[in-house]
Design a protein around this ligand. Structure first.
Ligand code: P6P
Length: 338
């Protein structure tokens, strides 16, 4: 019987084979994975662990913070501060960047994360997850600044998410494809359960919050209307709909069987480009989707090319099966007369 491949062995062998993963980056990924195991343990306790409900505070987005949001944030900070692989961290749950304290050595990497995405689902026992993105610090000779984090998504050196669902699954890319690891709770380690993951270019499944339909821009209305017309409509096939309201769960479904996920700009707040955050939600998820053969755009441009202006910037997100994302993007460009 072949030996199960642990995350550590996978990273070591990829470093040996392709030099893709410098030692410090391997350490970073393993530390983040270990933090995700700790978060998974807290999530799984639920009411028994006294971790449900609101923390009684708001984050920089003005969103009510759940107790588990703050627990997950602390777990990731405590796990990553001392290792010497990071210069600083940024999180959806923190207004500003968190520099590694001077009592610890600093490294060349910047870690960004949404510590617990989909937290509105925590209290109703629906899948949630952690999303992370890794950038390189370009000038190690000085104190880290917020501007060091404002790099387009194409500059990422690693990205991943951990979905806390019926299984706890870590999905990771370092730029040469997508690997999937499932947590073996008996061994306490992530085991390789998928490598070279590919998304079908076609799909018959879309994910969007339909309650916002009256607020959508014309290209999104056009695309969804055509899907809803089914076989009798211009698409000539029926579509299914899913919406978990947890990006990690919706993206994991797409990574597993294809589909298109949309959280586009809408008219509710025209000044807001979208709901999802660019640096620690859209960028890591977009890179993973592209590495698995899919596409990810704002409707008008590749998400990984968007030049960030601030740490918590939001963006319109359309990602998943390549042919569908290209169709929605084409509708937006046609609207703009391009
Ligand atoms: P809505 C979760 O709060 C989140 O940021 C994403 O994970 C998810 O896709 C989206 O918001 C859900 O938003 O408006 O449907 O509740």
């Amino acid at each position: 019987m072949t030996q199960p491949v642990s995350l550590t062995r996978y990273l070591v062998e990829k470093q040996r084979a392709q030099g893709h993963i410098p030692g410090q980056l391997r350490l970073l990924i393993e530390v983040v994975a270990r933090a995700c195991k700790t978060i998974s343990h807290s999530v799984n306790k639920g009411a028994l662990g006294g971790v449900l409900g609101s923390a009684g505070s708001e984050n920089v987005q003005g969103e009510v913070q759940k107790k588990l949001d703050l627990i997950a944030n602390e777990v990731l900070i405590d796990a990553n501060e001392w290792g010497g692989h990071l210069a600083a961290m940024a999180s959806e749950e923190m207004d500003t960047i968190h520099a590694v304290p001077n009592r610890y050595p600093k490294g060349e990497y910047l870690l960004l994360f949404d510590p617990l995405d989909g937290s509105s689902n925590i209290d109703v026992n629906v899948s949630i997850g952690t999303i992370f993105s890794v950038l390189r610090m370009h000038d190690e000779g000085r104190a880290v600044r917020e501007a060091d984090f404002l790099q387009p998504g194409r500059c990422q050196v690693a990205a991943g998410y951990c979905v806390y669902g019926p299984q706890t699954t870590l999905v990771l890319t370092v730029g040469d494809g997508v690997a999937m690891f499932t947590l073996d709770r008996e061994q306490g380690s992530f085991v390789l359960t998928g490598d070279g993951v590919r998304i079908p270019q076609e799909t018959q499944e879309f994910a969007i919050n339909m309650s916002n339909m009256r607020h959508w821009d014309a290209p999104v209305r056009r695309y969804i209307d055509e899907c809803l017309q089914g076989k009798q409509g211009p698409r000539g096939k029926d579509f299914n709909m899913r919406w978990v309201a947890s990006m990690v769960a919706d993206v994991h479904r797409i990574i597993t069987r294809g589909g298109i996920f949309m959280y586009p700009w809408d008219k509710r707040d025209p000044a807001k480009p979208g709901k999802l955050r660019l640096l620690y939600e859209a960028n890591p998820m977009s890179w993973i989707i592209e590495q698995a053969g899919g596409s990810a755009t704002t409707g008008r441009q590749r998400i990984l090319d968007v030049p960030p202006q601030n740490l918590h910037e939001r963006v319109s997100v359309i990602l998943g099966s390549k042919n569908e994302v290209e169709r929605v993007t084409r509708y937006h460009l046609e609207q703009a007369g391009q």
